[in-house]
Write a protein that binds this ligand. Structure first.
Ligand SMILES: [Zn+2]
Length: 340
């Protein structure tokens, strides 16, 4: 029995759908996985084992015990040590396949960095858990003409939809009036691990079609499956909706609005971190920061010095970080001292 490296993908090359040529295309391609949770870890595991040349893993969270039920690349040691998910996933993936590149990016995907981070990708896989980031991915994908695969799972059901910009419907085409902010989440409604791994697997099938040069076989519907009841539904998504603000009018409101909101404050050595959905409890924040440095608190703001930086945090979660012009540094300080 030979065990040389060329045998690694032999079962995949046997498939008429992939073949030797498709395998070479996979080796030459780059996939971005946004979010290393239940969907993202399964997507990354399949892509890396399938021989995709470069896989980017974008996630800013840390492994917790409650992740282990469904996030297949992590173990108890990762949760005990609280390591960043992207780093822990990359380590596990490199043990599975050292012949491809796995690039962890421990960052929040936001308007200010989304285009730069996703620019190398030939396909983007949605491993997120929120519609704010999904619509941001949708705008980057349409603007830069990168295919992406929407996926979502909660409870016992989930959905997928590939987006091929200019050819199929985009997320905005289908969801323009959806009550995005009131969707149940895995944190509130729970989720079965079999449904996240199923949805992630279906997303990877579509990604492999694109990367292997078989986009003609792409699923051009929004497919929804409930694994418990067995119910399935599909909605046609094979054409863009006329007048869609994103893929029709090419207006990228989220990219532009958030870029403006998080832009440097001109003339000063400071960056603004925009408000989040959740307000900040200022007295509690002041209390938690007091052992770490000089804190000045009022009902309007908490100012915290951590030389050479200083953070001023407002009740709506907005913050001004002095001592830098780098939004990444500002966000990282914000994450460390204020939290999510
Ligand atoms: Zn559209």
């Amino acid at each position: 029995m030979t065990t040389n490296a060329s045998d690694r993908y032999s079962r995949q090359k046997l498939l008429a759908e992939i073949g030797g040529e498709g395998q070479q295309r996979l080796a030459d391609s780059c996939a971005a996985v946004v979010g290393c949770g239940a969907l993202g870890t399964m997507q990354a595991a399949l892509l890396v084992r399938a021989g995709v040349g470069t896989t980017l893993l974008v996630d800013r969270d840390y492994v917790e015990e409650s992740n282990l039920q469904r996030q297949v690349l992590f173990d108890e040691r990762d949760a005990e040590r609280g390591v960043p998910k992207a780093e822990a996933a990359a380590l596990a993936l490199r043990r599975a396949n050292s012949a491809v590149a796995v690039v962890p990016v421990v960052k929040d995907l936001v308007a200010a960095n989304a285009e730069r981070l996703l620019e190398p990708a030939d396909v983007i896989l949605d491993g997120t858990d929120n519609y704010e980031t999904r619509f941001l991915i949708n705008e980057v994908a349409v603007k830069r003409s990168i295919a992406w695969i929407y996926g979502a799972a909660v409870g016992t059901h989930g959905s997928i939809m590939p987006v091929l910009p200019g050819q199929t419907a985009c997320l905005e085409c289908l969801f323009d009036d959806a009550p995005r902010s009131r969707q149940p989440t895995c944190d509130t409604a729970g989720v079965l691990n079999a449904v996240t791994s199923l949805i992630a697997s279906l997303q990877v099938v579509e990604a492999l079609k694109i990367l292997a040069g078989r986009a003609q076989a792409l699923e051009r519907r929004l497919v929804t499956i409930d694994v418990w009841s067995g119910e399935r539904a599909a909605l046609r998504a094979d054409t863009p909706r006329p007048g869609c603000p994103t893929c029709g009018q090419r207006r990228f409101a989220r990219l532009e609005a958030q870029s403006a909101a998080s832009a440097r404050i001109c003339g000063r050595d400071a960056v603004q971190v925009p408000a989040r959905d959740r307000p900040v409890d200022l007295p509690a924040l002041a209390h938690s920061l007091a052992p770490l440095g000089e804190v000045r608190a009022s009902e309007l703001a908490v100012r915290f010095s951590c030389p050479p930086h200083a953070l001023t945090v407002f009740p709506d979660g907005r913050a001004i970080v002095k001592g830098t012009q780098d939004l990444g540094v500002a966000r990282s300080l914000y994450a460390r001292y204020v939290g999510d």
